[in-house]
Design a protein around this ligand. Sequence first.
Ligand SMILES: NC(=O)c1ccc[n+]([C@@H]2O[C@H](COP(=O)([O-])OP(=O)(O)OC[C@H]3O[C@@H](n4cnc5c(N)ncnc54)[C@H](O)[C@@H]3O)[C@@H](O)[C@H]2O)c1
Ligand SMILES: O=C(O)C(=O)C[C@@H](O)[C@H](O)[C@H](O)COP(=O)(O)O
Ligand SMILES: [Zn+2]
Length: 347
Amino acid sequence: MAETLSLTGANGVSEIHIETGLLDRAGAVILETFSPSRVHIVSDSTVAPLYLEKLEKQFSLPVTHTVIPAGEEHKQLSTVEGIYHDLLAAGMTRKDLIIALGGGVVGDITGFAAATFLRGVSLCQIPTTLLAQVDSSVGGKTGVDLPEGKNLVGAFYQPRLVLIDPNVLASLPDSTFADGMAEVVKYGYISNREILTMVSQPDYKANIENIIYECVKIKRDVVAIDEHDTGLRMILNFGHTIGHAAEKLGNYTDLTHGQAVAIGMVAAMRLSALLGNEDLTAPLIDLLKHIGLPTELKYDREAIFNALLSDKKKFGATVNFILVREAGRAEITPIDAEKLHEYVLKL
Ligand SMILES: NC(=O)c1ccc[n+]([C@@H]2O[C@H](COP(=O)([O-])OP(=O)(O)OC[C@H]3O[C@@H](n4cnc5c(N)ncnc54)[C@H](O)[C@@H]3O)[C@@H](O)[C@H]2O)c1
Ligand SMILES: O=C(O)C(=O)C[C@@H](O)[C@H](O)[C@H](O)COP(=O)(O)O
Ligand SMILES: [Zn+2]
């Protein structure tokens, strides 16, 4: 399979290539788009031993790298600062190229470093987890967590190129593959119920390339309409309001992002039922269990409510909550924070 999707944003076009074996010829594809004097690759301590050398060897120009420790707890400003120092030591200029080689954590951190170093250096995303392939590498949200909340510092900064090679998923642990499936299920519920049918099959993993393509297409279409998250794009946050609160309460170590999104989608469905809508919780739970994802919110509800007040969809005293009242269609529903408090205590 080889597919290319283009995303036109305010500052130009991002090309997204999905192709089995693409990492083997990534260097050549990158140099068709960029003309850097040097390249700096950011990866993490798990991905670097697997794929960094393979990528570095494909360039005949100077290549340097930063290897950050793997894990969400390192998605923080001090890690970005370390990358800036390495970029300076390498002599990187505005003409040069930064490559993110890794999962969503590497992608978000590296994207933020690229957005801010010298006020902006070209960026290529090479996502190596399913989650990063279907979601985080596309659309230009970059940033880091703070102890106070998830992704609270960041920038919108589009990669000019995204190279998705499904072959690299072969080295993923099952649970990390399942994390990505949480975002896949999200796409099914917010936009295309056919994805839910695909995922319900016993051998859905055999169809993963088509699933990736369908998800990236949805993300491309949504971001093309609302790049800066002022309206439609908020639907990509289904399951994330309570999910992000749970990630924060677990100090970014108890739950992965994918697990938190799974739990957050179930909680959002329960909340929708409390609002009087049809209760779609049971089929969602069945699907998540089939994938191997958790469904129960374990944290104190008062603490969850307080944590979700730092959600970026809160405007004044209103939180824009993403509800799904019918599989395949999401709604942005403003809920008064006081009312939301009542509902969250009942979850
Ligand atoms: N920017 C966005 O639009 C967006 C969208 C969704 C999620 N995110 C962010 O993405 C992050 C989660 O991403 P993630 O689930 O990829 O987590 P991750 O980056 O922490 O990767 C999960 C684990 O898999 C390892 N890994 C990565 N690729 C591998 C491979 N091919 N083989 C073996 N191991 C591999 C990593 O080293 C890590 O230990 C969160 O911080 C979340 O907030 C951002
Ligand atoms: O791209 C988006 O927009 C999303 O909301 C995708 C989410 O899967 C992702 O987790 C994103 O990082 C959440 O963004 P935030 O603005 O809620 O921090
Ligand atoms: Zn997400």
